[in-house]
Design a protein around this ligand. Structure first.
Ligand code: CP
Length: 343
C-alpha cells in the first residue's frame, strides 16, 4: 500500500510486519549510535493541522533516526492563516520534494483527501494518518499493540499473542479515534474487547457502525448494561458496557481514554467528579482485573479524571511511558515500510 490511513483493512501479515520491523528498530534505538541510513535523502513532512505533542515529536525523531530530512508544519504559524487551503499546502510540500506526508487534522478524512490528491497527481508520495477527527489514529493503535506484545514476548512481538486476552477500553469512546483504530487491531488479534462508557459516550449507533464497518464476523458482538453479560453466541469478541465493572472483571489490559472536552457540546460533558467516580480507573478498581493487569493511556491525560494521578505514575501498573517510548520504534517502522515501498 502507498498510504497508511486506517487499520480497518489491515491484514495479519501487515500487523506482524509492523511489529517485527518495530522490534528491529527498538534494538537499533538501544545502541549507542541510534541512527541508521535507511531513508537518507528522503523528506518527511509533518503536516499537523491540529495540535500534538507526542505524535508529532515521535514522528520527527523517528524520521531523524532513519536519516531522513524533516519538515515541520503547524497550521497556526503557516500561510493557512492567510487563506491557503489544505490541498494547496500539501502541494507546496510536494513541490519541495516531500516523499512522506504525516497528516493530522481535527476533521475526519483529511489524510484520505490528501492521499487521493497525491494519487490523482500520479506522484509517489506516501500519506500517513497521524489522527483525523474522530475517525482513526493508526500509529497510536500500532504502538499500543507493540507495547502489549513486547511485554508478553519481547523477543518476538506478534499479533496472535493477544488471542483470548481480555482488553477493556474505557472512557470517551464516542470521540476517540484511538479507540476505533484499537478496535480493528484487537479484533484482528483474536482478543476479547470490552468497551465501557456512559451511554452518552458509547451510543448504540456506534455499535452498529462497528458491526457494519469492521465486519465483526457472525455478529460476535454484545451490548450489555447488566453486570454479567451473557451471550448466546459461541465466541463473542466485542462487548459494549454502560457500566465499568463487567469490563474490568478479569481484564488483562485496561486502555483508558481521555475525556475529549474540546469535541463535546455542553450536554455531553459529564460532571468530572461523577465521571471519575463511575468510570475513572484507580488502583482500587483494578482489583477486579487479573492481578498482573496493566493500564494504558494514549495521552495526553486529564489527571484525576479518566485515571487517578497515583495510578498513572505507578510503574507496577502503568504502561504510559512505555507507550511513548514504543512510539518512536513503531513510527520508524511505518516510515521505513512506506519509504522503502514495502508497506
Ligand atoms: N496520543 C496522541 O496522539 O498524543 P498527541 O496529541 O500529544 O500527539
Amino acid at each position: 500500500r502507498h498510504h497508511i490511513l486506517s487499520l480497518a483493512d489491515f491484514t495479519t501479515t501487515e500487523y506482524n510486519t509492523v511489529l517485527q520491523t518495530a522490534a528491529s528498530f527498538q534494538e537499533v534505538l538501544s545502541r549507542r549510535t541510534k541512527k541508521v541510513p535507511t531513508l537518507q535523502g528522503q523528506v518527511v513532512a509533518n503536516l499537523f493541522f491540529e495540535s500534538s505533542t507526542r505524535t508529532r515529536s515521535s514522528f520527527e525523531l523517528a524520521a531523524k533516526r532513519l536519516s531522513a530530512d524533516t519538515l515541520n508544519f503547524a497550521a497556526a504559524t503557516s500561510s493557512m492563516t492567510k487563506g491557503e487551503t489544505i490541498l494547496d499546502t500539501a502541494k507546496t510540500y510536494l513541490a519541495m520534494g516531500t516523499d512522506i506526508m504525516v497528516v493530522r487534522h481535527r476533521e475526519a478524512g483529511v489524510p484520505n483527501a490528501i492521499a487521493a490528491e497525491m494519487d490523482r497527481l500520479g506522484v509517489k508520495v506516501g500519506v500517513l494518518n497521524a489522527g483525523d477527527g474522530q475517525h482513526e489514529h493508526p500509529s497510536q493503535a500500532l504502538l499500543d499493540l507493540f507495547t502489549i506484545c513486547t511485554l508478553i514476548d519481547p523477543a518476538s512481538p506478534r499479533l496472535e499473542l493477544l488471542k483470548g486476552k481480555k482488553i477493556a477500553i474505557v472512557g470517551d469512546i464516542l470521540h476517540s479515534r484511538v479507540a476505533r483504530s484499537n478496535i480493528w487491531s484487537l479484533i484482528a488479534s483474536g482478543a476479547e474487547v470490552h468497551l465501557a462508557a456512559p451511554p452518552t459516550l458509547l451510543p448504540k449507533l456506534f455499535a452498529e457502525y462497528i458491526l457494519e464497518e469492521a465486519g465483526v464476523k457472525n455478529q460476535q458482538f454484545i451490548i450489555s448494561s447488566s453486570p454479567t453479560p451473557h451471550s448466546p453466541l459461541p465466541t463473542p469478541q466485542l462487548f459494549l458496557h454502560w457500566q465499568l465493572e463487567p469490563a474490568l472483571q478479569n481484564a488483562d489490559f485496561v486502555m483508558t481514554l481521555r475525556l475529549q472536552k474540546e469535541r463535546m457540546t455542553a450536554h455531553l460533558l459529564p460532571s468530572l467528579r461523577e465521571y471519575h467516580q463511575l468510570f475513572g480507573i484507580t488502583r482500587t478498581k483494578l482489583q477486579l482485573c487479573k492481578p498482573n493487569v496493566k493500564v494504558l493511556h494514549p495521552g495526553p491525560v486529564n489527571r484525576g479524571v479518566e485515571i487517578s494521578s497515583e495510578l498513572m505514575d505507578d510503574p507496577e501498573f502503568s504502561l504510559i511511558q512505555s507507550q511513548v517510548t514504543s512510539g518512536v520504534a513503531v513510527r520508524m517502522a511505518l516510515l521505513y515500510l512506506l519509504g522503502s515501498g514495502k508497506a
